[in-house]
Design a protein around this ligand. Structure first.
Ligand SMILES: Nc1ncnc2c1ncn2[C@@H]1O[C@H](COP(=O)(O)OP(=O)(O)OP(=O)(O)O)[C@@H](O)[C@H]1O
Length: 570
C-alpha cells in the first residue's frame, strides 16, 4: 500500500545566549503552529505556518512527544528520516543528541523502541544501528576505527536505495548498550572551534536504527523498519566565524551540500507544482552531494520525512532565521510515497553481533577485517563485537536483499577470474542483454536507425515495476540515442536523453558527469562537449573493438575519462 505524505516541518527556537547579539523579544513570534520573524533591519515581518513550533521554553520531552508518532511508524515497517537543520549554533545537536541531563531525540527514540519491545506480544523486535558522518563530501563510518574512521562508498541496493557500503552495524539489546557505543562514536565526530560555537560539529551525522519486526505467529517472516536520525552540519558565514583555511574548506563543503539540499527541495517542489512525477519533471540533482544521496529516500522517496528547523534568536541570526524558515516552507511541499511492506520470509541467519563486554570508553573501536566463517561472530576481549558488511565478513542483508545460494556461487566464480576473463564475460553478458533489448525495442519502439535522434520518450514507463536488468537495458538504449543526438550536435536533445537514461541507471557516475558537462556547455561555462568518440565504433580497455555502440553502452561511461576530468588533470 502506498500513501502520499508531505515532509512534516517542525521549528524550535533556542533560548538566547550571549553570542546572539542584540535580542529583540518581538523579533520572532510563535503562536501555535505559526511563526513570524522580523528581518535584520526590523522593517519587514515574514509569516510562516508549519506543523509544529516549539518556543524557547520547550523541553526535550515536549519536542520528542511530537516526534514519537512518526518514530512508531517504523514498527509497521515504514521508514522515517528526521533531520535537524539550521545555522551553526542554533541547537541541532542539542535537539538530536542532547546531553546526559537533557537527552535529545536520538537517545529518547532508542529508549522508546526498547520500551515498545518489552510490551510487544505479537511480534519481536531486533534492533541494530549504524552511524556515519559526511565530512567534506566523504562518508566516514563512526562505528569503525575510532582514531581513523574508515571512508565508505555509497552504492545502490537491490531495491534501488542509496546505501553506504561495508558499513559497520552494531546489534543492541538495551538503551545502555546503545549509549556505550554511541557515546564513544559521538566523540569521533570531527569537531572544531569557531568564534560562533566552541564545540561546533563540522560534519553531517546520520544515525540509522534498523528494526527487524518478526511476526511471532510466523517467526520465519519479518519486515524491516528504519529510523534515520540526521544532525546536519550548520551553514555558517565565514565573516562571522573568522575561519582559517581548513575551516573555510569545511564550511564551503558544508554550504555546498546544504545548497544542493535546497536545490533538490526546489526541484521536487517544482515537480509537485506542475503535477509531474520525478521521472517526467525537472531533473532532481540528488547526486550532486553525498548528503542528498543519503537523504534521497526522505526527499521525494518512500520514507516519511520530518524536518526540525532550529533557530537562534538575536540580531546576529536574523537573516539565517528567515532563510531557515523559507527552507522549512518549501520542504513542507515535498511529497513522499510511503509504502508499508509486507512481511517477507526471513533468512535463517546468524544473529547480528552483540556487545560482549562493557566498553572501555578510552579504547579504540575494532572492526573485524579478517574473513569470518559463515555464522560465526567473534568478539574481541574487553572490546565490542562488531560486524561489517564487507567482501570478507559475513554480509548482513535485509530480508528483502538477500543473496541466494546461486548468487553467492556466481560471486565466488567471478572472484577467481583474471581481468581479461572478466572483460570477456562482461562483453558476453552485455551482448546478450543488447540482443534481448534489441528484440524488445523492435517490438516496442519503431526505431529508425538512419535518423540521428529517432527515440521517443515513453513517459508512462513505471520504473518501479522494472527489474534492475530491464532498467539497465533501457538506459543503454537511451544512451545510444543520446550519443547519436550528441554526435549530431543536438546538445539539448542529448541532454534530455542522458537525463532520461540516468533515471534508469541512477548510479552511473560517468553518466551523471556527462549530464553536468552538457549542462555547463549549454550554459556557456564549458566549451561545447562532443561525445567521447564516434558512436558506431568503440574500443574496450583490452583493445577489443566493440561494434554494439549503436545500441549504446552504459559501460563506456566508466571506460574513459570525461573531457571535464581531462581538462582538470591538465
Ligand atoms: N533548546 C535549547 N535549550 C538550551 N540550550 C540550548 C538549546 N538549544 C541549543 N542550546 C545550547 O546552544 C549551544 C549550541 O547548540 P548546538 O551545539 O546544539 O548547536 P548546533 O546547531 O548543533 O551547532 P553546529 O551546527 O555548530 O553543530 C549549545 O551550548 C547548546 O547546549
Amino acid at each position: 500500500m502506498t500513501t502520499i505524505k508531505s515532509i512534516a516541518c517542525h521549528v524550535r527556537l533556542r533560548p538566547p545566549s550571549e553570542k546572539d547579539g542584540k535580542i529583540d523579544q518581538e523579533a520572532i513570534k510563535i503562536e501555535g503552529d505559526k511563526i513570524s520573524a522580523l528581518n535584520k533591519d526590523g522593517d519587514k515581518r515574514y509569516h510562516f505556518k508549519l506543523d509544529k513550533c516549539h518556543d524557547t521554553e520547550s523541553s526535550q520531552q515536549e519536542v520528542f512527544d511530537c516526534v514519537k508518532p512518526l518514530v512508531e511508524q517504523a514498527y509497521k515497517g515504514i521508514n522515517t528520516t528526521i533531520f535537524a537543520y539550521g545555522v551553526t549554533g542554533a541547537g541541532k545537536t542539542h535537539t538530536m543528541q542532547g546531553t546526559k541531563v537533557e537527552p535529545g531525540i536520538i537517545p529518547r527514540t532508542v529508549e522508546a523502541i526498547f520500551q515498545q519491545r518489552s510490551i510487544l506480544r505479537k511480534s519481536t523486535l531486533n534492533v541494530s544501528f549504524s552511524y556515519v558522518e559526511i565530512l567534506k563530501d566523504e562518508v566516514y563510518d563512526l562505528l569503525g576505527d575510532r582514531s581513523m574512521p574508515k571512508k565508505r562508498d555509497i552504492r545502490m541496493s537491490g531495491e534501488g536505495q542509496n546505501i553506504v557500503a561495508d558499513l559497520v552495524r552494531q546489534h543492541i539489546n538495551s538503551i545502555d548498550e546503545f549509549s556505550e557505543v554511541y557515546d564513544a562514536a559521538a566523540k569521533t565526530r570531527k569537531t572544531a572551534s569557531t568564534k560562533l560555537n566552541s564545540s561546533s560539529s563540522r560534519s553531517h551525522a546520520i544515525l540509522t536504527l534498523h528494526i527487524e519486526i518478526i511476526d511471532n505467529s510466523d517467526p520465519m517472516h519479518s519486515r524491516i523498519g528504519k529510523i534515520c536520525l540526521t544532525d546536519l552540519a550548520g551553514s555558517e558565514n565565514n565573516n562571522l566565524t573568522g575561519n582559517d583555511k581548513e575551516r573555510m574548506r569545511e564550511s564551503s563543503a558544508i554550504n555546498t551540500s546544504l545548497t544542493t539540499l535546497g536545490k533538490v527541495v526546489d526541484a521536487l517542489n517544482l515537480n509537485a507544482q506542475k503535477g509531474h512525477t520525478e521521472s517526467g519533471g525537472v531533473f532532481v540533482p540528488y547526486r550532486e552531494s553525498k548528503l542528498t544521496r543519503l537523504l534521497q529516500d526522505a526527499l521525494g522517496g518512500t520514507s516519511q520525512g520530518l524536518l526540525i528547523c532550529c533557530l537562534a534568536p538575536g540580531e546576529t541570526f536574523a537573516r539565517d532565521t528567515i532563510n531557515t524558515l523559507q527552507f522549512a516552507k518549501k520542504s513542507k511541499a515535498v511529497e513522499n510515497r510511503l509504502t508499508v511492506p509486507e512481511y517477507s520470509s526471513r533468512q535463517a541467519s546468524a544473529p547480528l553481533p552483540r556487545l560482549s563486554k562493557p566498553i572501555n570508553p578510552d579504547a579504540t573501536f575494532k572492526v573485524h577485517s579478517e574473513p569470518l566463517p559463515s555464522g560465526a561472530i567473534r568478539s574481541i576481549p574487553g572490546r565490542m563485537a562488531l560486524a561489517t558488511i564487507s567482501a570478507n565478513a559475513r554480509p548482513i542483508r535485509s530480508t528483502n536483499n538477500r543473496m541466494t545460494r546461486a548468487e553467492g556461487d556466481k560471486e565466488n566464480a567471478l572472484k577467481g577470474m583474471t581481468d581479461e576473463q572478466l572483460d570477456q564475460r562482461i562483453q558476453k553478458v552485455v551482448s546478450q542483454q543488447i540482443a534481448r533489448e534489441k528484440e524488445l525495442c523492435q517490438a516496442l519502439l519503431p526505431v529508425d536507425e538512419q535518423s540521428p535522434v529517432p527515440f521517443v520518450l515513453d513517459k508512462d514507463k513505471n520504473t518501479d515495476l522494472m527489474s534492475t536488468e530491464e532498467k539497465e537495458n533501457r538506459a543503454r538504449v537511451i544512451v545510444s540515442h543520446a550519443r547519436k543526438a550528441h554526435y549530431a550536435g543536438d546538445l539539448q536533445q542529448a541532454l534530455s536523453l542522458y537525463r532520461k537514461a540516468l533515471e534508469y541507471a541512477p548510479t552511473n557516475h560517468r553518466l551523471a558527469t556527462r549530464i553536468t558537462e552538457l549542462e555547463l556547455s549549454l550554459e556557456g561555462i564549458l566549451p561545447p562537449q562532443r561525445p567521447y568518440s564516434n558512436p558506431s565504433i568503440r574500443e574496450s580497455k583490452s583493445g577489443i573493438k566493440r561494434s554494439h555502440a549503436h545500441m549504446g553502452s552504459l559501460a563506456e561511461m566508466s571506460y574513459e575519462e570525461s573531457p571535464l576530468k581531462k581538462e582538470k588533470l591538465r
